[in-house]
Design a protein around this ligand. Structure first.
Ligand code: GDP
Length: 296
């Protein structure tokens, strides 16, 4: 699905490519439009400012003015800097620890945590040949526990039972003990989410983090949430040492801005992208390729 950001930027990119002459003043004009497009798509202001400054610095250097195809050279700089904003290259999952490697899933309700837990289990089984156990610590929504059971089965992984009468910490520690004695490579812990950030939720996931010492703490965020995604990302990054981000629903990204901001505001690399509702709709996030998609 073409996003508003992509439509706007690809129109601008076409215009810029067609420029026969690029002068200091038309670089300024073109970048003003790019800046507007990014702000309208909910990219956080400091991220936009920094991005535009870097493009301007490179464009006004030797790289564009005086180049044979100045428009293309400028588009190339925009592409490169967009990719750099979202991360350099592909950030793989870290499993370098004594097994079972624990992956803790964090995020708001509806972000896609449970779906991503199962997608990740499948990905680890198929791509990394791992033996994977999942468990849900969402004792507030019995349906969430059942949902994880269903999708874990679809993924071909094993599910560790839990129930609303238990404490999340006790559940997680029991699952970890089971994973150890049954030689699992990876334990993925799905956690409760709330509709908005609240202190009790943050304290609970901090306690889980302290007890489980996960090798990966992944923040799952809905790419369609725009500026809200940025604020949520900031709050989670302040509460937990995030090791990576999963951007979900990139297939339906209406505005396209979140991907550009979450890395900058959390300092954590985007590791995966959710690209469909299906169990195999998870990809390693590739900033270069995503920048190309955003530019249309
Ligand atoms: P949780 O509350 O964070 O556990 O969220 P869920 O895993 O229950 O996901 C909420 C909704 O988003 C479900 O309807 C999922 O099918 C949907 N969803 C999750 N990830 C993606 C994705 O990458 N693309 C699309 N299109 N839908 C997704």
């Amino acid at each position: 699905m073409a996003s508003a950001l992509t439509e706007k930027l690809s129109r601008l990119v076409k215009e810029i490519r067609g420029q026969a002459r690029i002068t200091e003043s038309n670089v300024q004009d073109m970048l003003r439009e790019v800046r507007m497009a990014l702000l309208e798509a909910d990219v956080a202001l400091p991220v936009v400012r920094d991005f535009i400054a870097r493009v301007k610095e490179k464009a006004l250097g030797q790289e564009v003015v005086g180049s044979l195809t100045p428009g293309q050279a400028l588009v190339g700089i925009i592409h490169k800097e967009l990719a750099a904003t979202m991360g350099a290259g592909v950030a793989d999952l870290n499993l370098a620890t004594q097994p079972p490697a624990v992956i803790l899933m964090a995020g708001l309700q509806g972000a896609g945590k449970t779906t991503t837990t199962a997608k990740l289990a499948k990905w680890l089984i198929e791509r990394r040949k791992k033996k994977v156990l999942t468990v849900s610590g969402d004792v507030y929504r019995p349906a969430a526990i059942e949902q994880l059971k269903t999708v874990t089965r679809q993924a071909g992984a094993e599910w560790f039972p839990s129930s609303p009468e238990q404490q999340p910490l006790a559940i997680a520690l029991a699952a970890l003990a089971y994973a150890r004695t049954h030689y699992f490579d990876v334990l993925i812990v799905d956690t409760a989410g709330r509709l908005a950030i609240d202190e009790a939720m943050m304290r609970e996931i901090q306690a889980l983090h302290a007890a489980l010492k996960p090798v990966e703490t992944l923040f799952v965020v809905d790419a369609m949430q725009g500026q809200d995604a940025v604020n949520t990302a900031k709050a989670f990054a302040a509460a937990l040492p995030l090791t990576g981000i999963v951007l979900t629903k990139l297939d339906g990204d209406a505005r396209g801005g979140a991907a550009l901001s979450v890395r900058a505001v959390t300092g954590a690399p985007i590791k995966f992208a959710g690209v469909s509702e299906k169990i195999d709709g998870l990809e390693l996030f590739d900033a270069e390729r995503h920048a190309g998609r955003v530019l249309g």
